[in-house]
Design a protein around this ligand. Structure first.
Ligand code: MTE
Ligand code: MO
Length: 524
């Protein structure tokens, strides 16, 4: 490059005039937009793994080291996907702008940069666990078209010296630019829209019929006393639309009940493949179970409680005959997520199930439609496989799963946890009586006691809401006579085995955080 704002160069036989670098950068950006737009619309003809943008995003997610995942979930919470999309878009735009800046008719450096980006896209597509070789076609065609666009725009910018002011883009450039931008936006939007529609499961969900649960297997009615009724405190049942969502799926898998199958193989006496009808012919149960994510920092929000209808996993395992040396169920989702669960936890009598309904509705697509696992007492990453389609009975010393390959623990029972919900962080509090409230959980053991203390004073016992079962969280409150000033409120819970949460702070990785949730409250 000569200068940043103007340049003069000779190309071929005629002298060329100055071109505004901003026009060059825009050319690069719009060319990259064409690559992604064309890639997106062509991906309709191939599998969902063939979209270059999502393939790069998903492969980035898979390559993300454990500490960075913790950071992302910590910083962006359940908006981590949106943050990734924004970050990727900015990154691609910057590279594309540089490509545009460097491209010349006689020296196609920008084209080479787009080619390299395309190679990254092809690599990312091939890295997807569910992709096949033909899935690279949308990326390859997108890159070819994108390079053609960049070269055409660059040529349109090169004007023989003296004919026009180089700072005024030429008509031909403007027309080409407008057309390319329109193609990029239209192809991307239509591709996205149709992608959700064509493979969509909206009709399937509309026709979904909940299994009928026999009276003896229905969940007990939720007693009024399970909710403490403090404004802002966690409700006992979490509505589906506010239930936390954690997964690596940048495109939510769209799997119809007709397409769904569960293939069961490995260390079993009888291999079996369950169809949707096979599953629905089994005896369903309905249970209320609290799901929690291992990625919660102390006091974190990644937990929810729902009424699930599903089919006991133990019954199915009994039918296929798990061989004596198998101690792990390696489950795989339609998008290639693998999760290893101890066979023991699935067969010891707890309500481990293949769930098909959440709070009286079909599973929302984000929560695993049509079939997911729910296992009380185990963190989601070792138990709660959404969109599950494959079960392999194997051994912990023979197989690993997605998160255990990334530094997380292989067996992860849920640790006893408690958190303060009210007063909310930074909420104004006036001196006088204040009801401090929150929730606590210790699935499979149950909450025995919750204690609160102010400014390292003596621990005081909170009032517990009624316990629904040992598999659900338990709400609590404690009445405080707040005095003016800054105060630290801390909470700790004791489970029904008699174990109290420890003070020592450890991070979520590898098996769940420890420590006491502390909130600073400014009373004035
Ligand atoms: N297919 C699939 N299933 C998955 C995951 C995933 O990334 N992919 N994440 C797991 C994790 S880490 C958790 S905590 C739970 C979260 O379930 P939810 O999103 O329904 O709350 O799903 C589990 N099941
Ligand atoms: Mo999780």
């Amino acid at each position: 490059m000569t200068t940043t704002t103007t340049e003069r160069q000779t190309s071929g036989d005629s002298a060329r005039t100055r071109v505004h670098p901003f026009a060059r950068m825009l050319s690069g950006v719009v060319a990259a937009g064409v690559v992604l737009g064309v890639g997106e619309i062509l991906s309709l003809l191939f599998s969902s793994a063939s979209s270059p943008f999502f393939a790069v995003g998903s492969t980035t997610v898979d390559r993300t080291p454990a500490f960075a995942r913790e950071f992302a979930i910590d910083t962006f919470g359940t908006n981590d996907k949106a943050a990734l999309f924004v970050g990727m878009s900015i990154g691609i735009a910057i590279i594309a702008a540089i490509a545009g800046l460097l491209e010349r008719p006689s020296r196609p450096i920008g084209s080479v940069i787009l080619l390299v980006l395309g190679a990254v896209g092809v690599y990312a597509v091939l890295q997807r666990p569910t992709s096949s070789l033909s899935d690279v076609v949308p990326t390859v065609v997108g890159v070819v078209v994108g390079i053609a666009v960049l070269q055409a725009l660059t040529r349109a910018l090169e004007v023989p010296a003296g004919t026009v002011d180089g700072f005024m883009p030429r008509r031909k450039f403007l027309v080409l630019f407008g057309a390319a931008a329109a193609v990029a936006v239209a192809a991307g939007t239509v591709g996205r829209y149709l992608g959700d529609r064509v493979a969509g499961v909206a009709d399937d969900i509309k026709n979904f019929r909940l299994p009928t649960v026999a009276a003896g297997e229905k969940a007990a009615a939720v007693p009024a006393g399970t909710d403490i009724g403090v404004e802002g405190a966690t409700t006992f049942v979490t509505p589906n639309n506010t239930f936390y969502r954690i997964d690596t799926a940048l495109q939510v898998p769209q799997l119809t009940t007709a397409e769904w199958q569960l293939k069961i193989h490995g260390k079993v006496d009888r291999e079996m493949t369950l169809s949707w009808d096979d599953l629905m012919a089994r005896t369903p149960i309905e249970r209320v179970i609290t799901l929690t994510c291992v990625s919660n920092e102390v006091g974190g929000p990644l937990a929810g409680n729902a009424t699930w209808i599903g089919f006991p996993i133990k019954d199915i395992l009994d039918e296929v005959g798990v061989q004596a040396d198998a101690d792990m169920l390696l489950s795989t989702s339609i998008d290639g997520m693998t999760i290893g669960s101890p066979v023991e936890a699935l067969t010891d009598g707890r309500d481990a199930m293949l769930a098909v309904s959440m709070n009286g509705e079909p599973l929302p697509v984000e929560h695993g439609y049509p079939v997911r696992q729910v296992v009380p007492g185990l963190y989601g990453f070792v138990s709660a496989t959404k969109w599950v389609v494959d079960w392999e009975l194997t051994r912990f010393d023979e197989a690993t799963a997605y998160w255990t390959d990334r530094g997380w623990g292989d067996k992860a029972p849920i640790k006893t946890a408690s958190r303060i919900d009210v007063p909310a962080a930074f909420a104004p509090v006036a001196p006088g009586p204040v009801r401090v409230a929150g929730t606590a959980w210790a699935q499979q053991r149950g909450i025995e006691r919750v204690e609160v203390r102010v400014d390292n004073g003596p621990w005081q016992e909170a009032t517990l809401a009624e316990q629904y079962t040992i598999d659900t969280w338990r709400q609590w409150f404690w009445d405080w006579d707040a005095t003016a000033g800054n105060h630290n409120i801390q909470v700790r819970a004791t489970d029904q085995d008699g174990n109290t949460q420890v003070e020592e702070r450890t991070p979520p990785i590898p098996g769940g955080s420890t420590g006491w949730h502390t909130r600073t409250i400014i009373v004035s």
